[in-house]
Ligand binder design. Sequence first.
Ligand SMILES: CC(C)(COP(=O)(O)OP(=O)(O)OC[C@H]1O[C@@H](n2cnc3c(N)ncnc32)[C@H](O)[C@@H]1O)[C@@H](O)C(=O)NCCC(=O)NCCS
Ligand SMILES: Nc1ncnc2c1ncn2[C@@H]1O[C@H](COP(=O)(O)OP(=O)(O)OP(=O)(O)O)[C@@H](O)[C@H]1O
Length: 291
Amino acid sequence: MNARIAARPQLSLAEALADLAVEALIDEVELSPKPALVDRRGCGAHDDLSLELMHASAWSLWATFHDMAAAGEKAGQVDVALRETLGRLGRDGEAQMLAVTGGVNTHRGAIWALGLLVTAAAQEARPMPAAVTLRAARLARLEDRHISQRTPSNGERVRQRYGVGGARAEAQAGFPGALHHGLPQLRRSRAAGAGESHARLDALLAIMAQLDDTCVLHRAGPEGLSCMHDGSRAVLEAGGSASLAGRRRLKDLECHLLRLNASPGGAADLLAVTLFLDRLEPTLRAQIGSL
Ligand SMILES: CC(C)(COP(=O)(O)OP(=O)(O)OC[C@H]1O[C@@H](n2cnc3c(N)ncnc32)[C@H](O)[C@@H]1O)[C@@H](O)C(=O)NCCC(=O)NCCS
Ligand SMILES: Nc1ncnc2c1ncn2[C@@H]1O[C@H](COP(=O)(O)OP(=O)(O)OP(=O)(O)O)[C@@H](O)[C@H]1O
């Protein structure tokens, strides 16, 4: 069981879920190396992000995740009223994040994905990954009437230009990048004897090998996306990040992504989702006890 959680035996369900979400974000950013992303070595392809900023941003989101989970628990079911409450909490969370980071987007995609998932998890008697992602998808498919007509986001521009789905479609489909790629690879690599960091890195690569990541498309177009897909697949096919051949290919992949200024931020968010889903049921069973 997780030490931080174990030290607080009286957690409510919403508190335990907020802890899990923040912890998934911290573990994602701390994982090193990660190709062209912020990690303990540096800021990857980003000149406006740092490890410290990512930590401060993750911690600042605890209350947002808590309130989303509490809203899910109170509502008890998926409906438009809950979707609109989440929209409001998500926009407030984004504003809080931007206040902490001085206007830099550190975790917009993560607020969206983990926000839906903590809310869904709060409603599941037995929060197994497939059930929680399905419920989160049902929430994501509902329309929020209060979404304002803001200036198009980077994701919106890229979706229109290249006809890809992005963060919204990934959630509406039940997070296949995490459920069908990240999580199975994490568990396969562990079962094959890889250390935990290598297993997590392999999970990230399995996500990167297939995701239409709008962060990459926005910064480096289709060339960047193909480089990410092909390069990640090459590492896994060479034996994964724990093998020498895999590590050589990982180095090539990072050089290539950095040259293109491409950063797989969407894949990083889905790694956080993968870590969240991996721990969800066992942690809540140990922590809340009533599952
Ligand atoms: C859906 C969101 C992420 C906006 O997405 P959009 O693509 O328009 O914007 P933007 O480019 O700013 O952010 C997208 C982010 O998603 C991540 N991402 C990119 N590609 C993908 C992908 N294929 N799959 C998953 N995540 C991705 C990246 O981190 C990226 O930075 C979200 O910010 C939103 O709609 N918020 C409104 C408030 C709301 O309803 N909140 C609900 C909280 S649960
Ligand atoms: N370790 C990480 N390193 C970099 N980005 C990450 C990391 N973890 C998650 N991300 C995600 O990547 C996104 C940031 O990417 P990016 O800076 O490309 O977005 P942007 O603000 O839309 O675009 P840009 O800064 O290129 O104009 C965040 O929404 C965040 O959720």
